[in-house]
Structures are given as structure tokens and as C-alpha cells.
Design a binder for this molecule. Structure first.
Ligand code: PLP
Length: 424
């Protein structure tokens, strides 16, 4: 077979983009060579419907061992009694939890997408808002933070069957203990979606949802620095008190209901090459080196937020506890879309993002979201954050000036081009 030069040339082009640019998308990261090697391995050839030791296909002896190692490492990493490493993505993990715990039409209480929540937490354009009946909590206008008394009020009024604690664009730590009190007060299932801060949570740098939330979902590719994928965890398996049964009406432990909701409920064959890559990433995440990495991610985000504030940028909630921040650009007279486009030309990648109480559409937006997970992997430290913010500021303040944008692009290339993709 002839080598597909068209596609491999494009992959090289993308590799150059990743190496030479400043990657500030809060949900992205760079995996290690060994994670990449596992993801690109012969395991992609294998079908393995089912779970280790109970498959619907022959020849699963090796992948059984690999998947069990991934499960065991995930459990150790998060101090969990249960892990399902098969969800193909964070959305699939959430869909599986909903499928296990809810019936179509059941009420869910999630973080408003326009305030920082995720599509799968009840957005009307997503399965979660179409199949279920979503109501929302959001942040306070004055503080940009969650107000747990207000969440309690909404929960008491709406009596949701499930509450989702988690976000895609919230820079503050979450009080999972308080969320559990709210959930218990209305008899709701509490799901934490820790997709964004999972790596920081695993290393004890943020509040731990495992002791408080009935179920926890996460992606594996953001601060956790694994391959693209999802995972479901539980601190303790339990016999559910909500009368949830299998489609056949059987009462089972929650672990069994969740496993069945992933396969055969939502997915067919698991991606064993990705599961192997997850296992490798979890192994890395168990190391002290990964603790130092996540600590640096957090320190870099703090330093970056301070540098933005110093230049008059309006960071929602005034700062960050985790790896990211949401910037309201309205006082800089530029939309999120204009900022994203100008920054991309300068080889700085961010994403436009709605800010709480935004008056612009999701295609335009008033803000951008930035994160430090990827640049920390490239080896940038606190002292570099001033430079990074200065580069961004020059583009934002001169977003129609091609000369300035080109100048910044050259500086970005000089700063990043010589660095290996994976330093830390
Ligand atoms: N949940 C949260 C909080 C997220 O931020 C994301 C992704 O951005 C997801 C779920 C979905 O993950 P995926 O893109 O893998 O479906």
C-alpha cells in the first residue's frame, strides 16, 4: 500500500504548529512519548466488548491484563473503589452515568453553560438537555463565584434527580462537601465532573470529590495528561437507594449498573489502545514528578492571572485556584472571537468563551479562556508568565495591526520553537 503522504504531511504540519506556538487552550495538553506510543499501538486492531475476564470476543488475554492495570492504577490515583476506563470521551462518560441513573424526562441540575458549565450538563443542544429536563445554577454577578446557598435554593425548589458539580470554565475550587449536603437534602444523586482539574485533584492540590460525590466522571486528556478519553469513578460502590434498576428491572450494585450503562448501554468495543495509553498516563500521574508538574501548572496559572490583572484585564472571580481563567474582554473593546482570531495569527492558541451574563452569542462571546496545563508541560515557569501575558496583551490591544501581530508571532516562534514538546 502506498504511504498516504497527504495525511502524513498534514500531521507534520500540525506537529510544527504545536511545537512553534503557545498552546493556551485550557483543555489541551501534550502527552509523553510513551503515552503516544501506546495510543498508536497494535492494540487498535483488537475487539474486546465486555470487561476483563468477561468478554464477548476471543484473544483478549493480553488486553484483559492491560485494562485491569488501567483500572487498578486509576483506583490508586484517585483513592477510588471503582473505575471504568472504557468511556471513549468525557461526554460518553457523562452519557453513561445519565443512562445508568436517570430516565428520559428526569430533572437534572447543572452548571449553566454560559456561566462555565459543560454542554453535557443540560445544554439544550446536547443529549443531556434533549433527553432530560435541565435546570441550572450559575455564578454570582458581583463575585463570579458559586453561591452555595443559592444552589441550595434552586435544588429545594426544583427537586432534581441528579446534581452535577463540575465545569469547563470555572477557575475556583469546588466545595463538594457542600454539594453533597445539598444533594442529600433533596435526595438527589451527586455527580462530580472533574474533567478539567482531574490532575490537580489527583495530586491533592484541590478539594477531593471522591469522599462526597456518589459518582465522579473525568476526561483523561486535560490536566491528567493522558490520551483523549473518559473515565467513571466511585469512592465506594453502593446499593443505590433511588430504586434504579437495570433495563430488565434487576436491582444491582451501582458499579454493575454503571458498567452496563457504558457497555452495552452506550458503547460497543472499547478502545484498548487508548486504554493502554490511559494506563501509561495513570502510571506517570502516580509519580512525584507529576505532583511537581501539577503544582507548577497551578503556580503558573496564579502568576498568569496576576499578570493579566496588573494590565487591567477582568478575570472572572478575580483570580484562579486551578489551571485556568476566564477573561472578560469587554473593557478592552474586543470580542472573544476577534481576540481568538488575532491571537491565532500570532500563533497563540486560546478559545473564545462566553462569560457569565454575556450579552454576545456563543459564536462571538465577550471572553477568552486560557489555561496553563500545556505550556507547563513545555517547561514554562512563573517567570515566563509575564512574557506570555505581554505577548497576548500586545495582540489584543493591536488586533487589527498586522505588523504587531507578525512581530509577536516571531517572538512566540523564537520562544517555543527550540523547546521539546514534553519537558516536564
Ligand atoms: N465535561 C467537562 C467538564 C468538560 O470540560 C469536557 C470537555 O471539554 C467534557 C465533559 C467532555 O469531554 P469530551 O470532549 O472528551 O467529550
Amino acid at each position: 500500500m502506498q504511504r498516504d503522504e497527504q495525511i502524513f504531511d498534514l500531521i507534520l504540519e500540525e506537529q510544527d504548529r504545536q511545537i512553534n506556538g503557545l498552546e493556551l487552550i485550557a483543555s489541551e495538553n501534550f502527552v509523553s512519548d510513551q503515552v503516544m506510543e501506546a495510543a498508536g499501538s497494535v492494540l487498535t486492531n483488537k475487539y474486546a466488548e465486555g470487561y476483563p475476564g468477561r468478554r464477548y470476543y476471543g484473544g483478549c488475554e493480553v488486553v484483559d491484563v492491560i485494562e485491569q492495570i488501567a483500572i487498578d492504577r486509576a483506583k490508586t490515583l484517585f483513592g477510588a473503589e471503582y473505575a471504568n476506563v472504557q468511556p471513549h470521551s468525557g461526554s460518553q462518560a457523562n452519557a453513561s452515568v445519565f443512562h445508568a441513573c436517570l430516565k428520559p424526562g428526569d430533572k437534572i441540575l447543572g452548571f449553566d453553560l454560559s456561566h462555565g458549565g459543560h454542554l453535557t450538563h443540560g445544554s439544550p443542544v446536547n443529549f443531556s438537555g434533549r433527553l432530560y429536563n435541565p435546570v441550572f445554577y450559575g455564578v454570582e454577578k458581583e463575585t463570579g463565584r458559586l453561591n452555595y446557598d443559592k444552589i441550595q435554593e434552586v435544588a429545594t425548589k426544583e427537586q432534581p434527580k441528579m446534581i452535577i458539580a463540575g465545569a469547563s470554565a470555572y477557575s475556583r475550587d469546588m466545595d463538594f462537601k457542600r454539594f453533597r449536603e445539598i444533594a442529600d437534602s433533596v435526595g438527589a444523586i451527586l455527580l462530580a465532573d472533574i474533567s478539567h482539574p482531574a490532575g490537580l485533584i489527583a495530586k491533592g492540590l484541590l478539594s477531593d470529590p471522591i469522599p462526597y460525590c456518589h459518582i465522579v466522571t473525568t476526561t483523561t486528556h486535560k490536566t491528567l495528561r493522558g490520551p483523549r478519553g473518559g473515565m467513571i469513578l466511585m469512592g465506594k460502590d453502593f446499593e443505590n437507594p433511588w430504586g434504579i434498576t437495570t433495563p430488565k428491572g434487576e436491582v444491582r450494585m451501582m458499579s454493575s449498573l454503571l458498567d452496563a450503562a457504558v457497555f452495552p448501554g452506550n458503547q460497543g468495543g472499547p478502545l484498548e489502545h487508548i486504554i493502554a495509553a490511559k494506563a501509561v498516563a495513570f502510571g506517570e500521574a502516580l509519580s512525584d514528578e507529576f505532583f511537581r508538574y501539577t503544582l507548577q501548572v497551578q503556580k503558573n496559572a496564579k502568576a498568569m492571572a496576576e499578570a493579566f490583572v496588573k494590565r487591567g484585564y477582568d478575570i472572572i472571580s478575580g483570580g484562579t485556584d486551578n489551571h485556568m481563567m476566564l477573561i472578560d474582554l469587554r473593557n478592552k473593546n474586543i470580542t472573544g472571537k476577534e481576540a481568538e482570531n488575532a491571537l491565532v495569527k500570532a500563533e497563540i492558541t486560546v478559545n473564545k468563551n462566553m462569560v457569565p451574563f454575556d450579552d454576545k452569542s456563543p459564536f462571538v462571546t465577550s471572553g477568552i479562556r486560557v489555561g496553563t496545563a500545556a505550556i507547563t508541560t513545555r517547561g514554562l515557569v512563573e517567570a515566563d508568565m509575564e512574557t506570555v501575558v505581554d505577548l497576548i496583551d500586545r495582540v489584543v490591544m493591536n488586533h487589527t495591526n498586522e505588523e504587531v501581530i507578525e512581530e509577536v508571532a516571531d517572538e512566540v516562534n523564537a520562544m517555543m520553537g527550540e523547546r521539546p514538546i514534553f519537558v516536564f
